[in-house]
Design a protein. Structure first.
Length: 186
């Protein structure tokens, strides 16, 4: 199942859960704008990434991570009310693993495009291209590390949480200061 499938199947309630209960709840409370209709999956998939002042590179990625985590939360809530087989857990975790891999691919490719538009030592974000390159590699390394985990097990869930914690602590801290902070959530 692709990310597009996940987003298409997400209900308004799941999206609401994603915003209220995801690891990015604090960002929402601080006024960061969350794009529920992400241009990342639209016809102009790459165009959106070029202008950090128009919402930004990282905020859109965060939004998609929110959707994934929100769907995971919804699955866990449903599991509280009914028995969940090992196969169900594996299928759910497989979706999350594939989604994280795809999101990393989109982020890495768009960061590369961002780099290619700047021939100097710094990107339009004011961040050295070498730092962006290292971020790309680190995100990919960590995402690939998830594939070695046994899906459907607590170890996999812990690995996903660790990835998200790294993303928030390292990536968001680095790029967030370069993005606008609107007063509302769309």
């Amino acid at each position: 199942m692709s990310i597009d499938d996940i987003l298409e199947r997400a209900t308004d309630e799941q999206r609401d859960i994603a915003i209220r209960e995801s690891p990015f709840k604090k960002l929402a409370e601080e006024g960061w704008e969350i794009y529920l209709g992400s241009p990342l999956f639209g016809k102009n998939r790459n165009q959106f990434w070029y202008n950090p002042s128009d919402g930004g590179l990282v905020v859109d990625y965060v939004n998609n991570m929110v959707h994934i985590v929100g769907n995971q939360l919804s699955s866990l809530k449903m599991a509280e009310n009914q028995p969940e087989s090992i196969e169900d857990k594996q299928n759910r975790d497989r979706i999350i693993m594939n989604s994280l891999g795809q999101l990393n691919h989109y982020l890495a490719e768009n960061l590369r495009m961002y780099q290619s538009k700047n021939e100097g030592s710094e990107s339009a974000l004011g961040i050295p291209n070498r730092v962006i390159f290292d971020d790309i590699n680190e995100l990919r390394r960590r995402a690939h590390g998830l594939t070695s985990m046994a899906i459907g097990t607590p170890k996999f869930v812990d690995a996903v949480k660790e990835f998200i914690d790294f993303y928030r602590a390292e990536i968001m801290q680095r790029y967030a200061p370069h993005l606008r902070s609107p007063n509302k959530i769309n």
